[in-house]
Ligand binder design. Structure first.
Ligand SMILES: Cc1cc2nc3c(=O)[nH]c(=O)nc-3n(C[C@H](O)[C@H](O)[C@H](O)COP(=O)(O)O)c2cc1C
Length: 197
């Protein structure tokens, strides 16, 4: 497989940047994610799909609570990327000092977010490096404001020190994920034998 061609293909797509928050008991957390998508076209049954790395603190909160909130991050709140996306919340309260309310699911919803969705998990799939969650949207809000951040725009706005951190973290996560995918491939059940159709 030609890996450089693959990276050219991935670079053609400019994903939107989301903030995912969750709460379990007294512990709250959040991370930045691009693996987020609308998963239903039915307005009465809205759904989202989210893929989170199993090594992250927020993923463990979400696994226990079965709920999360999604926020679109606009350019005015680019500092949320540094707060939520550059270090683990395992030993720090990432929400400290921010205004937030509790959504219907109990997930923290940032008061300054201009678009958010409150979601309850309906199904999950372990793919080794990630857990992919399919979730029902139980509540949502939207208001106009500054442009929504995409990865390309984020890279333009990032100062040199943040850019360096982003690259270092990407490399670190890539290694952890590679190991997790390979381990999963060795132990997973034969997909053909579990096919029931
Ligand atoms: C632009 C960007 C996109 C990211 N996309 C994802 C993603 O889709 N899924 C994921 O699990 N982590 C993603 N991350 C990494 C997490 O946001 C990051 O590792 C975070 O610090 C984890 O925090 P936690 O351990 O407190 O949950 C992304 C980070 C950035 C900066």
């Amino acid at each position: 497989m030609n890996v450089s061609q693959l990276s050219h293909i991935w670079a053609e797509v400019d994903p939107v940047v989301w903030l995912v928050t969750s709460r379990y008991g007294n512990a709250s957390g959040g991370l930045i994610a691009t693996f987020v998508n609308q998963a239903s076209i039915v307005p009465e049954c809205p759904r989202m799909v989210v893929g989170l790395s199993r090594q992250h603190h927020t993923t463990s909160l979400l696994d226990k609570s079965g709920a999360f909130a999604l926020h679109l991050v606009d350019e005015e709140h680019v500092d949320w990327i540094w707060r939520f996306g550059l270090h683990s919340g395992r030993n720090a309260d990432k929400l400290h000092g921010l205004d937030f309310d509790e959504g219907q699911t109990g997930s923290p919803i940032l008061s300054e977010a201009r678009c958010w969705l409150d979601c309850r998990v309906e199904a999950r799939l372990n793919t080794g490096d990630r857990t992919i969650y399919l979730a029902e949207v139980v509540d949502a809000d939207h208001r106009a404001g500054s442009p929504i951040l995409t990865v390309q725009r984020l890279l333009q706005l990032a100062p040199a020190d943040k850019l360096q951190l982003l690259n270092e973290l990407h490399e670190r996560d890539e290694k952890v994920d590679a190991q997790a995918i390979r381990a999963w491939r060795i132990q997973r059940p034969d997909p053909a034998s579990s096919c029931t159709v």
